[in-house]
Design a binder for this molecule. Structure first.
Ligand SMILES: CC(C)(COP(=O)(O)OP(=O)(O)OC[C@H]1O[C@@H](n2cnc3c(N)ncnc32)[C@H](O)[C@@H]1OP(=O)(O)O)[C@@H](O)C(=O)NCCC(=O)NCCS
Length: 288
C-alpha cells in the first residue's frame, strides 16, 4: 500500500501522541527497559513539545487515510537533531520508518546543504533502528547513559533560575564545550516553560542546565555540572530530571555514579556529518 508523507500539523497531535506511546512502550516492555513513555499523556507532552515549535519540522506518514507514524527535525542551531521517530507497532518493519527518516535527512539537506550535521540518539535495545539508521548513512559516534540524578538536599547558593538575559552565556558555554551554540534552542525551551538554571561564581556564569530530555547542560567543571543536575533534580519531578551522559565523558560518568546516580538505559549517539566529542563537561539533549 502506498504511503503518503505530509507535514505534521497541530491537529495530528492526539494521534501522534498515541502512536508515540504505543511504539516506545511496546519496545520498552519487550526488552524490559525503563519505560519513558508509559502513557498517552507523556506521548502528548513529547509530541506537543515539538509539533508547534517553529524550529522543528515534522513529517507524518499516512496509509489508507490513517496516520501511522511521524518523525521530526530540530533545526534551531548549527547542528540538527532528529526525533522522536515512531511508527505504529501494527505496521512496523514494512518500510515506513525508512521513508520517515529519509524525508528528515533530505529536509536537513534542503535547509542546510550537503554538509549538514545531523545527530540523534538511538535506543541501544532497538536492533531495527540501529540497522536502519546505519543503512541511511548515520554512523555510530558514542554511547551514553540515560541517568536519574540524585536530588540535592538543599538549594545551591550559587544557582538561580535562568532568564532570557542568560542566553548569550548559554550560547558561549555550549559552544566552548560541545562545539556549537545551543542558544536558539535554549530560547525556545525557556519560552515553552521548561525550567532552566545557571550557576554563577564571582559574578560569572560557569554552568547552565535546562531540564528534561529535551534540555541540555554545560559547565566549566564536572563538579559544577553535577551541582546543577542535583539542583535541577531537587526542583523537578523525577522524569524531568533525567540526563544523558556520553561515555566519552568518562570523568562525568564516574563522578555521577559516585554521587549515586542510577543508569536507566543506554543510548547511542549517531551522526551524519562531522561529530566531535565534547571538549569539557556537557550534557546533550535527546536530539543532539
Ligand atoms: C524505529 C522505527 C521507527 C522503525 O520503523 P519501521 O517502519 O519498523 O522500519 P522500516 O521497516 O522502515 O525499516 C526497518 C529496517 O531495519 C532493518 N532491520 C530490522 N531488524 C534488523 C536486524 N535485526 N538486523 C539488521 N537489520 C534489521 C530492516 O532491514 C530495515 O532496513 P532497510 O530498510 O535498510 O532494509 C520503529 O521500529 C519504531 O517506531 N520503534 C519504536 C520507537 C523507537 O524505537 N524509535 C526510535 C528511537 S531511536
Amino acid at each position: 500500500m502506498a504511503i503518503e508523507l505530509i507535514r505534521a500539523k497541530t491537529e495530528h497531535t492526539e494521534t501522534l501522541a498515541r502512536i508515540c506511546h504505543l511504539a516506545f512502550d511496546t519496545l520498552h516492555q519487550r526488552h524490559n527497559v525503563h519505560r519513558d513513555v508509559p502513557d498517552e499523556h507523556v506521548g502528548g507532552l513529547i509530541i506537543g513539545g515539538v509539533i508547534n515549535r517553529p524550529d522543528y519540522t515534522g513529517v507524518v506518514a499516512i496509509e489508507n487515510g490513517r496516520v501511522v507514524g511521524s518523525n521530526f527535525l530540530l533545526h534551531a542551531d548549527d547542528v540538527c537533531g532528529v526525533g522522536p521517530i515512531t511508527v505504529d507497532p501494527s505496521v512496523q518493519t514494512r518500510g515506513i520508518g525508512r521513508l520517515l527518516m529519509q524525508w528528515v535527512i533530505d529536509e536537513a539537506r534542503r535547509q542546510r546543504g550537503a554538509n549538514v550535521r545531523v545527530r540523534l540518539f538511538q535506543e541501544a535495545v532497538n536492533t531495527t533502528s540501529l540497522s536502519l539508521y546505519t543503512n541511511l548513512g548515520f554512523r555510530w559516534c558514542d554511547a551514553a547513559a540515560m541517568m536519574n540524578p540524585k536530588p540535592a538536599e538543599r538549594d545551591h547558593p550559587g544557582i538561580s533560575a535562568m532568564s532570557e538575559a542568560d542566553l548569550p552565556e548559554v550560547g558561549r558555554l555550549s559552544r566552548e564545550r560541545g562545539g556549537f551554540s545551543r542558544e536558539r534552542d535554549a530560547a525556545q525551551l525557556l519560552k515553552l516553560g521548561l525550567p532552566g538554571f545557571v550557576l554563577r561564581r564571582d559574578g560569572r556564569v560557569v554552568g547552565y542546565q535546562i531540564a528534561s530530555l529535551f534540555g541540555h547542560a554545560a559547565a566549566e567543571t564536572t563538579e559544577d555540572l553535577l551541582a546543577l543536575c542535583a539542583h535541577t533534580a531537587r526542583h523537578m519531578p523525577p522524569p524531568m530530571a533525567v540526563v544523558i551522559v556520553p561515555m566519552s565523558q568518562s570523568a562525568v560518568f564516574s563522578a555521577a555514579l559516585k554521587e549515586g546516580y542510577r543508569v536507566a538505559k543506554v543510548v547511542n549517539a549517531m551522526s551524519i556529518g562531522a561529530y566531535e566529542v565534547s571538549k569539557g563537561p556537557a550534557l546533550p539533549s535527546i536530539q543532539c
